[in-house]
Design a protein around this ligand. Structure first.
Ligand SMILES: CC(C)(COP(=O)(O)OP(=O)(O)OC[C@H]1O[C@@H](n2cnc3c(N)ncnc32)[C@H](O)[C@@H]1OP(=O)(O)O)[C@@H](O)C(=O)NCCC(=O)NCCS
Length: 166
């Protein structure tokens, strides 16, 4: 398995990630939130336009995860002003799961957080996303809090906030 995880630096690659995001979100959230909410969230957070703005205006970075050069996942992160590093997105195509690739992705995230001088990595995860929660707990994250966030259009995100101490 030749897995690479590299920072996205071209518009072409960001467009490729937005297409993967559309596929993965529609596959993995179908049992958790409504199709209307998935469509809304993909457009608001994971479209090419949304990600371009996050990178330009909010200090986000995206990473492309490739196996044998084929795009199979992506990461989105953002350093906060305090001692925390925000893990915003961690997504793998369904046929690539269960093989330890997420562990490589999390290792990369911890390295990037340390390079930024941060002490904690935190994330939000839907309370019903059992597999992701199990992966985070297994990796050493703890549930620190919960949050219901209004994202507009009548939709909310009902999340745990999890954190990992570096
Ligand atoms: C979350 C996601 C990236 C994890 O990827 P994955 O391929 O399933 O995870 P891995 O196989 O790399 O497992 C990571 C670790 O968690 C462990 N793990 C996996 N599933 C587990 C489970 N159900 N219970 C306990 N541990 C588990 C693995 O053993 C591994 O630990 P190890 O390296 O010490 O063996 C992937 O499932 C995904 O893309 N899901 C859909 C999108 C999503 O929900 N993203 C998160 C949004 S917050």
């Amino acid at each position: 398995m030749a897995v690479t995880i590299n920072k996205v630096s071209s518009d072409t690659e960001l467009r490729e990630i937005s297409e993967l995001a559309d596929t993965v979100w529609h596959e993995c959230f179908t049992d958790i939130i409504s199709l209307g909410q998935i469509d809304y969230m993909v457009e608001k957070f994971q479209s090419y336009k949304a990600m371009t703005s996050q990178i330009a205006e909010q200090d986000y970075s995206y990473y492309a995860v490739r196996e044998n050069a084929e795009l199979c996942g992506y990461i989105g992160v953002k350093p906060e002003r305090d001692n925390r590093f925000f893990l915003s997105k961690l997504y793998l195509r369904s046929d690539k799961r269960g093989r330890g690739i997420a562990s490589l992705m999390l290792k990369k995230i911890f390295e990037e957080a340390e390079n930024c001088g941060k002490e904690k990595v935190y994330l939000t995860v839907n309370k019903h996303n059992e597999r992701a929660i199990a992966v985070y707990l297994r990796t050493g994250f703890v549930i620190a809090d919960k949050a219901v966030t209004d994202i507009g259009n009548g939709y909310v995100m009902d999340d745990y906030i999890m954190e990992y101490t570096l």
